[in-house]
Ligand binder design. Structure first.
Ligand code: NOJ
Length: 556
């Protein structure tokens, strides 16, 4: 067992734009985060993952960086950053930065140079190709709709952008690019940050020749097989590890679209040669439909269990999992896998938290998840701010592939903006997020769902999450124990055990609003209830589980 502090931690993700606005401009900022550190300390988390705070024209809310060593004006100054870092460290909270190096902004100095001429020293920092028969170099679509190529008149060539056209892909084959990225990372490490969450890091190496992709949406070819887990990605990460990461004691997590268990065993190998852990996406893709994520299909519990179990067992002892239901790219889990009705909101939020936090891996809590924040009742396309949602709406609705009502339904269910509305602090103006006009609408349910109402209420979702976090800090079996799935066929219950030496816990989660009968395995009779979302003190051998009931029992 290879013990590490970051395996024993719980991470809290902050999307700074939507967290807390200290200066009334309607946009969250660094001083706003500093103001709320005591709230996070109270929750008990160990680490903050900060979505990008670097200088950016905000085509993709900071994931398009124009200067890696400057702070976005809207968020404050480098001094504000230093204050926040020091204040977090004073409270024993670590800070993990987002590292977005698959691409930069087109307003980054490197790209502005690169596009000037074919012989500019920065030309090969990016991926430039000649057109083919007067068209794009290949048929790839970008993740944000439309072609993945932009024609640039100055040199009569195209540049590649897997995301928006303001996010040109860096050319990692160029050793100078790697030098620049590694020295920038080192600069941040010297400042005292505690780790990196690496944006789409599985996409930095592209297959030579950039072959056409399969067209399945009737519009563009899919680049995934040629850009995910590409031929040199492990080589690049090993180099990064040798030159930067291994010099510090960091939490590193790679966001890895397309990662398989076998690939994850390499990215996040326990040998420590590349990264600490990965974000995998398979469980987030189980409710996709005909138009990939744009769907309102409900997940099947057996699919979810099968998938998470594959990851739990596949990485056990070999690599390390990250555990998440939510982040700034996913809708709210409560509205997706739980039940956001008034009646079951809190109990199902607690059940989902239990199910995830008792697994092996490092859990991530996304801002507002600890309050049971829900999806947002967006009324029209004008309510959305997210480039992915807006571009998908334009592309699919205008081409007649998806009709307007269906697309609005899909957006309300799946849009990233569901996660990006302001954090709900209290029942006052704008949920206490800002004195000004918020950059995106506030979820109208903030009068009922907010931090102020929950922090001092013993049976709130907040206090339940606090207890889940405490339990992980106390019980080693929750961190390192082996996982075993029970009742794989049940469409109602998710039941599993964790075992470490003589200790064993049983996790029972009812994913339905029905009462479900359950017989306790003998070895857990007389066990101790570690946590229960119905305040149970003891467990009977024959149980009738209540709607969304969850409990964790430790073997006596
Ligand atoms: C993944 C990030 O999480 C997402 O928000 C962003 O749009 C893309 N990468 C591009 O950077």
């Amino acid at each position: 067992m290879n013990k590490k502090w970051w395996k024993e931690s719980v991470v809290y993700q902050i999307y700074p734009r939507s967290f807390n606005d200290s200066n009334g401009d309607g946009i969250g900022d660094l001083n706003g985060i500093t103001e709320k550190l005591d709230y996070l300390k109270n929750l008990g988390i160990d680490v903050i993952w900060l979505s990008p705070v670097y200088q950016s024209p905000n085509d993709d809310n900071g994931y398009d960086i124009s200067d890696y060593q400057a702070i976005m004006k809207e968020f404050g100054t480098m001094e504000d950053f230093d204050c926040m870092l020091a204040a977090a460290h004073e409270r024993g909270i670590k800070i993990v930065m987002d590292l977005v190096v698959n691409h930069t902004s087109d307003e980054h100095a490197w790209f502005m140079e690169s596009r000037k001429s074919k012989d500019n020293p920065y030309r090969d920092y990016y991926i430039w190709r000649e057109g083919k028969d007067g068209k794009e170099p290949n048929n790839w679509g970008s993740c944000f709709s439309g072609s993945a190529w932009v024609y640039d008149e100055a040199t009569d060539m195209y540049y590649l952008h897997l995301f928006s056209k303001k996010q040109p892909d860096l050319n990692w084959e160029n050793p100078k690019v790697r030098d620049e990225v590694f020295s920038m990372m080192d600069w941040w490490c010297q400042k005292g940050i505690d780790g990196f969450r690496m944006d789409v890091i599985s996409m930095i190496s592209k297959v030579e020749g950039l072959p056409d992709g399969k067209v399945s949406d009737g519009l563009h070819g899919d680049p995934s097989p040629f850009v995910q887990n590409g031929p040199r990605v492990h080589e690049y990460l090993q180099e990064m590890n040798q030159r930067v990461l291994s010099k510090y004691d960091l939490l590193t997590v790679g966001e890895c679209p397309g990662v398989t268990v076998e690939e994850a065993q390499r990215y996040a190998s326990d040998k420590g040669t590349e990264l600490g852990m990965v974000f995998q996406f398979e469980h987030m893709g189980l409710d996709e439909g005909e138009f990939s994520k744009w769907s309102d299909r409900k997940i099947k519990l057996t699919d979810l269990k099968e998938n998470l179990t594959k990851w739990q067992n596949g990485l056990d002892g070999k690599a390390w999992n990250s555990l998440y239901w939510c982040n700034h790219d996913q809708p709210r889990v409560l509205s997706r896998f739980g039940n956001d009705s008034k009646e079951y909101r809190e109990v199902s939020a607690k059940m989902l938290g239990t199910c995830l936090h008792m697994m092996q891996g490092t859990p991530y809590v996304y801002q507002g998840e600890e309050l049971g924040m829900t999806n947002v009742p967006f009324k029209s396309i004008d309510d959305f701010r997210d480039i992915e949602s807006i571009r998908a709406y334009q592309e699919y609705v205008e081409s007649g592939i998806i009709d307007k009502e269906d697309m609005m339904r899909f957006l309300c269910y799946k849009s990233r903006d569901n996660a990006r509305t302001p954090m709900q602090w209290n029942s006052g103006k704008n949920a206490g997020f800002t004195e000004g006009t918020p950059w995106i609408m506030v979820n109208p349910n903030y009068k009922e769902i907010n931090a102020e109402e929950q922090v001092d209420r013993a049976d709130s979702v907040f206090n339940y999450y606090k207890k889940l976090i405490e339990l992980r800090h106390k019980e080693e079996v929750i961190v390192y124990g082996h996982y075993e799935l029970l009742m794989p066929e049940s469409e109602e219950l998710y039941v599993y055990t964790r075992e470490l030496e003589n200790e064993k816990i049983l996790v029972i989660c009812n994913f339905t609003e029905k009462e479900v009968k359950y017989t306790l395995p003998e070895e857990f009779e007389n066990g101790k209830i570690l946590i229960s979302n119905y305040d149970k003190m003891s467990a009977d051998a024959e149980m009738e589980l209540k709607p969304y009931e969850a409990m964790v029992i430790k073997k006596a």
